[in-house]
Design a protein around this ligand. Structure first.
Ligand SMILES: Cc1cc2nc3c(=O)[nH]c(=O)nc-3n(C[C@H](O)[C@H](O)[C@H](O)COP(=O)(O)OP(=O)(O)OC[C@H]3O[C@@H](n4cnc5c(N)ncnc54)[C@H](O)[C@@H]3O)c2cc1C
Length: 282
């Protein structure tokens, strides 16, 4: 009988500084909920020789919500997030993303930091929601801490370490947001495409400012700047038509769906998200 695979040796730091020191060991890898790293062999990826488990770092469990902003430690789980966020229109995209991802068991262990730092994971739900909410990410390195916009973080997250995502900050405001994905929810299936929107509307219900993000479509989540530009001054109801133009989006082919299908469903997802925003403002 073949021997069962062993988990790598684990270091259990109590502070961010100690975690960074442990991550400087050759090949060491941070582990949060482990729902991605434990599946490395299934993806035919090498398993790290040392795991640095973050769970014992108290600071990273922070979940601090005020009327001005939301500050979330990297270890906040999807489940905790879904329960902690108030039913506020500006935060709705994030609440929907946290509550709709994966299945209840995974939502109880998978963390915010793990969702954003799993570089090979194209279908992360939290990433497009946070892009649409103009979130800022804090990174800790041995040199200190740095805050950067989500968009910049996503282009830099493949950088060699040691570094850790420590927290995410989301501004609050008079905008409305929504998160739409297909399939809606089917345990174990990743979404084929995701759209997150946040919109500030004029009194005439025209779009003053739109932040739009897509997930699962390309290799990494990203803002849909072309749609944001086209939408300015337009009625909310026109958004799905404007989303028919998917020029500039390079959809990926994968086992779960071909690229053409991901592009085809984007206008539908935009329509659903826009309708949810319209309901909030009725
Ligand atoms: C069956 C199943 C279905 C799923 N469906 C969905 C879905 O529909 N939508 C969705 O969004 N997710 C889904 N997930 C979860 C997703 O695939 C990832 O497994 C999860 O987001 C990883 O979170 P984690 O905390 O477990 O990260 P881990 O597995 O612990 O880590 C993931 C990566 O992030 C790094 N990392 C973790 N924390 C930090 C940090 N603070 N700083 C720096 N690097 C860090 C690790 O080194 C690793 O590279 C699903 C998972 C499963 C098992």
């Amino acid at each position: 009988m073949p021997a069962a695979a062993q988990s790598p040796p684990m270091v259990l730091p109590r502070s961010v500084a100690d975690a960074l020191a442990a991550l400087a060991l050759p090949g060491a890898q941070a582990v949060a909920g482990a729902s991605w790293v434990m599946r490395a062999p299934l993806r035919h990826e090498p398993q790290a020789p040392t795991w640095v488990a973050l769970a014992g770092i108290e600071d990273l469990h922070r979940c601090d919500i005020t009327g001005d902003r939301v500050r979330l430690g990297a270890l906040v789980t999807h489940d905790r997030l879904a329960h902690a966020l108030p039913a506020a229109p500006d935060l709705r995209a994030l609440a929907q993303a946290a509550a709709g991802a994966a299945n209840p068991g995974v939502r109880r262990i998978a963390t915010l930091g793990g969702n954003l730092c799993a570089t090979g994971f194209a279908a992360a739900d939290l990433a497009p929601a946070l892009l649409a909410l103009d979130a800022t990410v804090e990174i800790a390195t041995p040199q200190g801490r740095e805050s950067l916009p989500m968009e910049d973080f996503l282009t830099r997250r493949g950088a060699p370490g040691p570094w850790l995502l420590t927290e995410v900050t989301i501004p609050r405001g008079p905008w409305r947001s929504a998160h739409a994905r297909l399939p809606m929810r089917k345990a174990g299936d990743y979404p084929a495409a995701i759209v997150s929107l946040s919109a500030t509307l004029t009194p005439e219900r025209r779009i003053e400012r739109l932040l739009a993000a897509i997930g699962a479509v390309e290799q990494a989540p990203r803002r849909w700047h072309a749609l944001e530009t086209r939408a300015k001054g337009e009625p909310l109801a026109a958004l799905a038509d404007l989303a028919q133009d998917t020029a500039g989006i390079t959809a990926r082919d994968a086992l779960d769906a071909p690229g053409w299908y991901r592009l085809r469903i984007l206008p539908t997802l935009v329509r659903r998200a826009a309708e949810a925003i319209a309901e909030d403002t009725a």
